[in-house]
Ligand binder design. Structure first.
Ligand SMILES: Cc1cc2nc3c(=O)[nH]c(=O)nc-3n(C[C@H](O)[C@H](O)[C@H](O)COP(=O)(O)OP(=O)(O)OC[C@H]3O[C@@H](n4cnc5c(N)ncnc54)[C@H](O)[C@@H]3O)c2cc1C
Length: 344
């Protein structure tokens, strides 16, 4: 009988790890503090994940009907189209509402325990405990992330991903299932901006100079889909010294414009599977497993985080945006190389 794994956190890292371990015979108990399914702040644009990773985790079929996004179009805040590029690898479009639930059901079907709406409050450093608890909250962080499902304005449906650049913020829009588009933005907090959950994204877009999606520019908004998150930290993940095993955003949150955070959550689970199988079989000490997984994370993701952090600064400053867009227009922007550096 294999030793069991306790997974704390039912986001993509925790759920996909659970499926991968359970399908290889390991007992799995997963705790998720929130409801499943639910709307989450996420661009719902999965960029960079390799089919082999999804196959290895045992969830590729769950994404078979996702949109295949092949192009990205950049807009200035006033709606002027500045750049259009083909993605080196197609991205996938599916809502977290649908995807998280599909993976949770797969885990349950395989005999794994999924404790919905139950926060784990026990110790996190017992051998066999994996933290897929999501981003570390940073007090005083200047950022707010907002998302809503909406009908896209007709004039901005020409690319698979529409990225609007504003002042101290940006907003991405791409299709998910059911005819809806996911609109999701990261903005510098503006305490004076208030509205209902569904209207807040439009208000923030307006206040951040993205007039093209200001206020009521969305023809329709999906009821109940408006969510927000703050206390976001984009610090470079430092090597963990506390002996805890962290995956996905709990290890590090990459700036969202890359669309690579969900891929990192899947890859993070992929990295952890074989070492955890060795521990479950009693072949490896826990401390060595944690070290091996941490080192593999640093090797696989460090450059992505470093390059993404630099580009993030450029996307958020109007002056540097102008340089970026000029580079894009004149063909000097090495889009494919930057894609590789932030995805591979
Ligand atoms: C504004 C914004 C836009 C983004 N856009 C994109 C995008 O377009 N593409 C992309 O790939 N990525 C995007 N991301 C990033 C992506 O959402 C994350 O990288 C991904 O969700 C990480 O998955 P995870 O499983 O690590 O964490 P999460 O999905 O955050 O899951 C963690 C879970 O742990 C639970 N939890 C925490 N503590 C406990 C506890 N003690 N007990 C039980 N449960 C607990 C939480 O309730 C949560 O459900 C975006 C992020 C932001 C902020």
């Amino acid at each position: 009988m294999a030793r069991g794994i306790r997974i704390v956190g039912g986001g993509l890292a925790g759920l996909s790890l659970g499926v991968a371990l359970r399908s290889r015979g390991v007992p799995v108990e997963l705790w998720e503090a929130g409801a499943l399914p639910r709307h989450r702040v996420c661009g719902e644009f999965i960029s960079g994940v390799r089919p082999a990773t999804l196959e290895f985790l045992g969830i590729a079929d769950l994404l078979a009907d996702a949109h295949r996004h092949e192009t990205v179009v950049w807009y200035r805040g006033d709606g002027h189209r500045c750049y259009r590029a083909r993605l080196p690898r197609p991205a996938l479009g599916i809502s977290r509402h649908a995807l998280d639930e599909r993976i949770a059901r797969r885990l349950e079907d395989l005999g794994g325990g999924v404790r919905r709406e139950e926060r784990w409050r026990g110790s996190l450093d017992e051998p066999g405990s994996v933290l897929g608890t999501g981003r570390k909250a940073e007090r005083g962080s200047p950022w707010i992330g907002l998302k809503v499902h909406a009908e896209a304005p007709r004039e901005h449906r020409e690319g698979d991903l529409a990225l609007f650049l504003g002042e101290g913020g940006y907003l991405g829009m791409s299709a998910v299932e059911g005819g809806w588009w996911n609109a999701c933005g990261l903005f510098r907090k503006r305490p004076g901006v208030r509205a209902s959950k569904e209207a807040l994204l439009g208000r923030y877009a307006e206040a951040s100079g993205i007039e093209a999606l200001a206020g009521d520019r969305f023809p329709a908004v999906r009821a109940g889909s408006g969510v927000g998150v703050s206390a976001l930290s984009f610090a470079l993940p430092a090597p963990s010294r506390d002996g805890l095993l962290r995956l996905g955003d709990a290890w590090g949150l990459i700036p969202p414009f890359t669309g690579n955070g969900m891929s990192i959550a899947f890859e993070s689970a992929e990295i952890a599977v074989l070492p955890l199988l060795r521990w479950a079989a009693g072949e490896e000490e826990w401390a060595r497993v944690v070290t091996a997984i941490e080192e593999a994370h640093q090797r696989r993701f460090r450059r992505r985080f470093q390059v993404a952090r630099i580009l993030h600064g450029w996307l958020l400053s109007p002056r540097r945006q102008r340089w970026l867009l000029a580079g894009a227009r004149t063909g000097l922007l090495p889009f494919r190389r930057l894609f590789a550096w932030t995805h591979d």
